[in-house]
Design a protein around this ligand. Sequence first.
Ligand code: SF4
Ligand code: SF4
Length: 90
Amino acid sequence: MKKFLLQEPVQVETPAGHRITTIRHFCKGCRICVAFCPKQVLGLDDRFKVAALHPERCIACRMCELRCPDLAIYVTRKPAARAPVEAAPR
Ligand code: SF4
Ligand code: SF4
């Protein structure tokens, strides 16, 4: 992946331990993620690129990641916040 990137992704660690990663040069500033974020975490910066303006509000729902048409944002949940995997019944 790294060889396709012109710039390093920007990573923001939220107080809850989730990580919001944005790939600025993929972002076209369409604001879809901004509109779909249920916690108003995201906005655009002065270059019309996505930015995590209120990371403390992020609940790691990954709606931004799922809605972005350009793969410009993704969210990694804090490991403890992931649902436990149940063993398959035998
Ligand atoms: S949806 Fe994707 S391309 Fe559009 S503003 Fe958000 S990160 Fe940028
Ligand atoms: S993971 Fe959910 S709450 Fe966090 S920035 Fe994305 S849409 Fe907003």
